[in-house]
Design a protein around this ligand. Structure first.
Ligand code: NAD
Length: 542
């Protein structure tokens, strides 16, 4: 910092627009959606600020209309990945030296561009690429990404302010240096906000990045690239590479200047990456930081004192919004026998009131498509298995159809086996499994919740009995990084509920908090002595 202790503009959560019939925002997002739908976008990689087209391409289609092409993106070979790394390393020299307020201004500008002129574009692209309803697109691609960008600037300022004490004659200070090398950001399909935040949070702290988005999110990732470019992110600071994840990863993790992995995605992929980094550890110039937010098997447990309508609403919203494709989505539910029928009747009524799964362009649809054929086939196979298994029964939904889009009906499986496969395995779709416990087994059921899954991402308890809430809070302390009382387990808001889980769910570095940003800096302590001693003898030597 040069010439002032600057105060950053106070961060605030971006208000969610309604998109109600007749609203101007609805009209403009639909207009943009149709333009994208009818268009043929040719998406290059961005390396050192230049569009890079290799001519080797892959077609993009919306999950709800998979025979309809909306464009193609270009695939990297080793050469492009290497030039992305070189560009990042070259750009680091100027970017890391830039005064922090300049970096802050770039990302604050990006936030305002998304809030304003890019809002319809980023939302329409997310509706199309990831089959999100307008509400799901708005809370993710627009609001959450804006919040990440604004709040991270505030968190960064807080980190920089955190300084050590100084004794008489000495001035101690800490510089929060970016990591030495470059960061590799790998992002999942399901949140445009995460796709933007993973490269941006590291870059905000002065790092440069090679970013590999999910193949299934590139259409909306490109809007982020356009925003960053217009906001003034300099050439080479954030470079995109598309294509074969194994080749890209091998090229990057073999590089001696690799200094950090910012990953969100599935647990198996993260474990493999960690292992590969471990195997390569001798070749790196610095110990790489590893941040990974991964899978979940998120629970709802209702106490007999909970109101059935509240439990049902937590299930309907928590399990089915975005077709259950949130890492935080409720996918295993524990209901007491005394209220289970009332809860499940209400859930069935809720589901019956949804339209059949369809396109997000029809804004009366609550459920749209799952992301791709692999996901569809996996979900269909678990549904078929539940239809055949003796200890499981489908009590709502159970239908699927991939003739036009990858549509899976919201499905409720009731099981008599608390360790039934769908109580333990992350399915990542609109399928929730319910186990009914005897009211008198409340405490044993809390233990069951804790011990059933390898994950520990989110979970919710619903109860009106305060002793029960306290018991659950205590008993379930290690099985959710985000724990909800009398609410659904989804919908974390940046600046309010920092997000992340432990156990197999990740390193719990809490996206949307200073804790995450601290992983992208390597502090340097500077001690300055004003009157420097000139004789080695201490007084005691007398
Ligand atoms: P995924 O693991 O299939 O893909 C994530 C990213 O990893 C993509 O960019 C993909 O191309 C890349 N990838 C895949 N194989 C790879 C390999 N061998 N080497 C390097 N990169 C590879 O996950 P997804 O389907 O995109 O997203 C869903 C998963 O992400 C779920 O498990 C979900 O729980 C998790 N998720 C977690 C959080 C969280 O905050 N905990 C948030 C969102 C999603």
């Amino acid at each position: 910092m040069g010439k002032g202790f600057f105060q950053v503009p106070p961060a605030y959560n971006e208000p969610v627009k309604s998109y109600a019939p007749g609203s101007p925002e609805r009209e403009s997002v639909l207009k943009q959606y149709r333009a994208y739908y009818q268009g043929n976008k040719d998406i290059p990689m961005t390396i050192n600020g230049k569009d890079v087209r290799t001519g080797k391409t892959r077609t993009m289609s919306p999950p709800h209309d998979h025979q309809h092409p909306v464009g193609q993106y270009h695939l990297a070979s080793v050469k492009e990945v290497e030039s992305a790394i070189s560009a990042a390393l070259e750009a680091r020299k100027s970017w890391a030296a830039l005064p922090w307020e300049q970096r802050a201004a770039v990302f604050l500008k990006a936030a305002d561009l998304i809030a304003g002129p890019y809002r319809a574009r980023i939302n329409a692209a997310t509706m199309l690429a990831q089959s999100k309803t307008i509400h799901q697109a708005e809370i993710d691609a627009a609001c959450e990404l804006i919040d990440f960008l604004r709040f991270n600037v505030e968190f960064m300022a807080g980190i920089y302010k955190d300084q050590p004490e100084s004794a008489e004659g000495i001035w101690n200070r800490i510089e929060y240096r970016p990591l030495e090398g470059f960061i590799y950001a790998i992002t999942p399909f399901n949140f445009t906000a995460i796709a933007g935040n993973l490269p941006a949070s590291a870059a905000l702290m002065g790092n440069t990045v090679v970013w590999k988005p999910s193949d299934h999110q590139i259409f909306s990732a490109q809007v982020i690239v356009e925003v960053f470019r217009e906001a003034g992110v300099p050439d080479g600071v954030i470079n995109t590479v598309f294509g074969d994840p194994v080749m890209i990863t091998n090229t990057i993790l073999d590089h001696p200047d690799f200094s950090g992995l910012h990953f969100t995605g599935s647990t198996d992929v993260f474990r493999a990456l960690w292992k590969q980094i471990g195997t390569n550890i001798g070749r790196y110039k610095t110990y790489p930081r590893i941040v990974g937010e991964t899978g979940g098997k998120d629970f709802i447990i209702a106490h007999p004192s909970a109101k059935p309508e509240q439990v049902a609403t937590a299930i309907t919203r928590g399990a089915f919004e975005l077709q259950g494709q949130k890492c935080s989505a409720a996918s295993r539910v524990y209901l007491p026998k005394s209220t289970a029928d009332a809860v499940l009747d209400r859930v069935k009524k809720d589901i019956a009131s949804f339209n059949k799964p369809g396109s997000p362009e029809d804004m009366s649809n609550f459920i749209t498509a799952v992301i791709h054929e692999g996901s569809f086939d996996k979900l269909a196979s678990y549904i078929d298995r539940a239809k055949a298994d003796k200890d499981a029964e489908i009590i709502a939904g159970g239908g699927y159809d991939k003739s036009k889009g990858y549509f899976i009906e919201p499905t409720v499986i009731l099981t008599t086996n608390p360790h039934y496969v769908t109580m333990e395995t992350e399915l990542f779709g609109p399928v929730v499994t319910v186990y009914i416990y005897e009211d008198s087994d409340w405490e044993a059921t809390l233990k069951l919740v804790d011990q059933t899954s390898e994950y520990a991402l989110t979970g919710a308890v619903l109860a009106t009995d305060r002793y029960a809430i306290s018991q659950a809070t205590e008993a379930l302390q290690d099985c959710a990084g985000n724990f909800y009382i009398n609410d659904k387990p989804t919908g974390a808001v940046v600046g309010q509920q920092p997000f992340g889980g432990a156990r197999a769910s990740g390193t719990n570095d809490k996206a949307g908090s200073a804790q995450n940003l601290l992983r992208w800096v390597s502090p340097r302590l500077i001690k300055e002595t004003f009157v420097t001693p000139e004789d080695y003898r201490y007084p005691f030597l007398g």
